[in-house]
Design a protein around this ligand. Structure first.
Ligand SMILES: NC(=O)NCCC[C@H](N)C(=O)O
Length: 411
């Protein structure tokens, strides 16, 4: 089996990457949480129990669960790149030189590799180091700001900084500074981890770009169709770039259809998978808030073409018929989040009621708190496995956001 094989949203989940929330979450404070993309501070011991419960569900249903920080640590050991990985992190964390850089480097290199990787995720507080500010960079450092290296509290949403597509992946340039370092971990894994050493996968797009794309916007609808959200986090230029790459490498990619779907740019609906997820061959959850009064939404479908752009584009506002055509199904069941109720729909969408993780066709993992959406899914014939969600949901992501499939069975 190649290192990556994901040709659907719903094929049986076989191997998946997660990150158990750690002390980075306890490094949030009201003063910095907004910038670090949190609306509240999760209670870590409960968040960890909830995450362990999610992992157990995945394992009990036949998935191998891998932890991103362990893969990173193993990759660093295999590539003997501890110092280089640290240096790159320090640079991207804004500590490229000077006394603070030197003190951080000495401190972090003194830790074993597992601990160093965890620490780069948790963040480094100023009171952990005794720095003699004998250079200008260090002298002008704001003494009231508590961190030398910011925490990465969104790290447990492993779906976003990297996303599998077919037998390859995108390693993403993240939109906000708060998450930009996150994709460095998977970049390192793909370059140095023994499981990726055969090179039997493609990097459709790496993190060295100026335009942004995030995995929450990247949906694999079938073995030849992708849907990608134009959103707060993903722009048209990046989508077109991915489409061209997939079309040009069609021998390897199989993908001949990319549907760009424009969703509102706001915090609640930051990625396509917060408002639309696939739960079965012909069934999706959809948040009614993305459709206008006539049930319309802007979509552009791209196919490969022998022209200057390398692709054709067709526009439509009829999401249902666009999806039906692309998937070759005669009927499509769009199941509204919160049963489409004026209050329940936005409330349950806020806690990721639309963010389902399919583990086989027609079986999804969802947060238990979204009980109206869950009941409706069941009413539509979907088997719903509920997972506990009081604290995890405070990070604004659900079961799909917390899981990055590496291998799914073909359907
Ligand atoms: N795919 C997703 O919707 N991921 C959730 C990301 C939540 C994180 N706190 C963020 O704002 O980026």
């Amino acid at each position: 089996m190649p290192a990556i094989h994901v040709f659907s949203e719903i094929g049986k989940l076989r191997r998946v990457i997660v990150h158990r929330p750690g002390r980075e979450v306890e490094n949030l404070t009201p003063a910095i949480m907004k910038r670090l993309l949190f609306d509240d501070i999760p209670y870590l011991p409960i968040a960890q129990k909830e995450h362990d419960a999610l992992v157990r569900i995945l394992q009990e249903n036949g998935a191998e669960v891998l932890y991103l920080e362990q893969l990173t640590s193993q990759a660093i050991a295999a590539g003997r790149i501890k110092s280089a990985f640290l240096e790159k992190n320090l640079q991207e964390a804004g500590q490229a030189s000077g006394a603070i850089h030197d003190a951080l480097k000495e401190y972090l290199l003194s830790l074993d590799t597992d601990r160093m990787v965890s620490k780069l995720i948790e963040g480094v507080r100023k009171n952990e180091l005794d720095v003699k500010a004998d250079d200008l960079v260090s002298a002008v450092d704001d003494p009231h700001y508590p961190f030398y290296i910011d925490p990465l509290p969104s790290m447990y949403f492993t779906r976003d900084p990297q996303a599998s597509i077919g037998e390859g992946l995108t390693i993403n340039r993240m939109t906000f500074a708060a998450r930009q370092r996150e994709s460095m971990f998977m970049e390192t894994v793909t370059k140095y981890h023994p499981s990726f050493a055969r090179g039997d996968f493609s990097v459709w797009r790496n993190r060295d770009h100026q335009t942004h794309i995030e995995g929450g916007d990247e949906l694999i609808l079938s073995d030849h169709v992708l849907a990608i959200g134009i959103s707060q986090r993903t722009c048209a230029a990046a989508i077109q770039d991915v489409a061209k790459k997939l079309f040009v490498d069609s021998g390897q990619s199989h993908f001949d259809t990319v549907i760009a779907i424009k969703i509102p740019e706001n915090r609640a609906m930051m990625h396509l998978d917060t408002v639309l997820t696939m739960v079965n061959f012909d069934q999706f959850t959809v948040h009614p808030g993305i459709l206008d009064a006539g049930g319309k939404i802007d979509t552009w479908t791209m196919h490969p073409a022998d022209n200057a752009q390398g692709l054709t584009i067709s526009y439509s506002q009829d999401l249902k018929s666009v999806l039906k055509n692309a998937l070759g199904v005669s009927e499509l069941d769009l199941i509204p989040t919160g049963a489409g109720d004026l209050i329940t729909a936005p409330r349950e969408q806020w806690t990721d009621g639309s963010n389902t993780l399919a583990i086989v066709p027609g079986v999804v993992v969802t947060y238990d708190r979204n009980y109206v959406s869950n009941a409706l899914l069941q009413h539509h014939g979907i088997k719903v496995i509920e997972t506990v969600s009081s604290e995890l949901s405070r990070g604004r992501g659900g079961p799909r956001c917390m899981t990055m499939p590496l291998i799914r069975d073909d359907i």
